[in-house]
Design a protein around this ligand. Structure first.
Ligand code: SDX
Length: 466
């Protein structure tokens, strides 16, 4: 009898085989070579077609429906890897050895305990903020909190630390010993006066990246609990990154299936080429603003409904449609209004988004644990079928990553407002990996705008203007 985890692995590998068969007629892309700048590109509005930089972090092929992280295809990573391993891969460019992975997991766990940031955050009116808004604020609080504290030359010596009453920040979990206490530091921390060298020095960039990968998901979970009138929780050392994320949000121990599905969802969202939020992150970093400000820009860009915010829109649409019988008239009305069906279409994918190929069947698996959501899932399946049969196949508009991700997070017990923050909790790995890579050979982004205005106009004083 196959375990549920083996079933998940089989679903992923079956999706890989379906993808291979359905795109077999597409020509194999030629392997990219090192660019000889300057390059000639055909560029459309919104920099469509423009090549902004070279990268070894990730590759997307829209015709073949390929998504590759550092040479590994996404199906392989979802079948066999974990979000911790994939984050290490994206940041370091290689798979970790056992001892490296163990150290990396410990580092992420230690950085995930950001009680002081959470306490500061609770001092703001976050009950009136969206989770994405609070995430941006949290990234800035992390910046002030860790940017200096974690620099070797500014880190307080251990004897400086006093163990504050570990209940100094109310947490729902029982106190668990001074090693988990919230340390207040007696001496005010010297702010590292180090001027940023050209780009980041690699070590600090990596440390900051780990802070952000660990912290963003904790802030999202804490804000969600505060929105629900609950206190934040502390991460548990016995849970994986994905398991802790479910626990920090719901307060419940996830089932093995829930934990594995969350892990795969995190892997799938980690990187995706030069998408809007990654580009925004890199543009800010290219000015030598630090990586916390850069990630803040990525969070802002991702919040838009054309980008990461689409997964929330999808659930709204499914609930608005309400039943499979109403799918077709709903689509007709949407198209008549020249509207877009959220969760479909993609600037790059003109084949089925490989991430949706994996998330769809996983949603079907989770539905068994939440039969009350069966009607919503049925509407989603009918919507996919109808979009593909009415205009999708003809216009090459297929489900994208956002189509099923919201359903999956719903099945995991997350509020809608957490769907896009979950995207950010994962994509921060890709954002930081690409910033670190780009800063190796930084060049400030400065594209051109084509001026189509007038010239030689003469100034007319205000009193003479009609
Ligand atoms: C993400 O870049 C990335 O990699 C992003 C992302 C990542 O991992 O970072 O993959 C994550 O952002 C996924 C996309 C999530 N957004 C949505 O689901 C919102 C709905 N999708 C559309 O807004 C649209 O498909 C975009 C924005 C995703 C892509 O838009 P493009 O490439 O600019 O395409 P377009 O708007 O120029 O549309 C081309 C044609 C148009 O028809 P015509 O005017 O030529 O007749 O396709 C139509 C569009 O109307 N079309 C759609 C549609 N998407 C495109 N029609 C209806 N519903 C849709 N969803």
């Amino acid at each position: 009898m196959k375990t549920d985890i083996e079933t998940i692995q089989r679903l992923v590998l079956e999706a890989a085989e379906t993808a291979r068969k359905e795109t077999a007629s597409e020509p194999e892309p030629e392997k990219s070579r090192k660019a000889k700048w300057p390059l000639t590109c055909t560029v459309g509005p919104g920099l469509e077609g423009a090549i902004a930089c070279e990268s070894k972090v990730g590759y997307v092929n829209g015709a073949k429906g390929w998504l590759v992280y550092r040479g590994y295809n996404i199906f392989e990573l979802c079948a066999y890897s974990s979000f911790e391993e994939v984050s290490f891969l994206l940041l370091h460019g290689k798979m970790p050895k056992a001892v490296e992975l163990d150290l990396f997991k410990r580092k992420l766990f230690n950085y995930a305990r950001i009680n002081k940031v959470i306490m500061q955050l609770m001092g703001f009116p976050i009950d009136q903020m969206s989770v994405m808004g609070a995430l941006r604020l949290g990234a800035n609080l992390m910046r002030s909190q860790y940017r200096n504290l974690d620099k070797a030359n500014a880190r307080p010596a251990p004897f400086d630390a006093i163990s504050a009453d570990e209940d100094s920040i109310a947490m729902e979990t029982l106190p668990s010993g001074s090693e988990r206490a919230t340390f207040e530091f007696r001496s005010s921390v010297r702010r590292a006066a180090a001027k940023p060298k050209r780009g980041f020095d690699k070590a600090s960039g990596l440390e900051d990246s780990c802070h952000l990968i660990a912290g963003i998901s904790c802030i999202a979970a804490a804000v969600s609990r505060i929105h629900n009138g609950l206190l934040p929780l502390e991460p548990r050392p016995d849970l994986s990154f994905a398991g802790n994320l479910i626990y920090l949000i719901t307060g419940r121990q996830p089932t093995p299936v829930q934990e594995r599905v969350m892990d795969i969802a995190l892997i799938l969202h980690a990187d995706h080429g030069m998408n809007a939020s990654t580009f925004a992150t890199m543009v800010v970093a290219s000015t030598l603003a630090d990586i916390y400000f850069s990630v803040g820009a990525g969070i802002a860009a991702l919040s838009g409904p054309l980008h990461g915010g689409a997964n929330e829109e999808v659930l709204r649409s499914l609930r608005e449609i309400g039943s499979v019988e109403k799918v077709k008239p709903w689509i007709e009305r949407k198209l008549a209004e020249k509207g877009k069906v959220s969760g479909f279409g993609h600037r790059v994918y003109k084949a089925y988004d490989p991430r949706a190929r994996i998330l769809g069947p996983l949603a079907g698996l989770l539905i068994k644990e939440k039969p009350e959501l069966k009607p919503l899932y049925a509407v989603a399946q009918k919507l996919e079928e109808t979009v593909l049969n009415t205009f999708g196949k003809e216009k090459k508009i297929f489900p994208n990553v956002d189509f099923y991700s919201g359903l999956i997070y719903s099945f995991l017990g997350f509020d809608d407002e957490l769907f896009t923050p979950m995207f950010a909790a994962s994509r921060v790995a890709g954002w930081t990996a690409r910033v670190l890579e780009y800063m190796e050979n930084n060049r400030i982004f400065r594209p051109r705008g084509l001026y189509i205005g007038e010239f030689n106009k003469r100034y007319v004083p205000l009193k003479l203007r009609a």
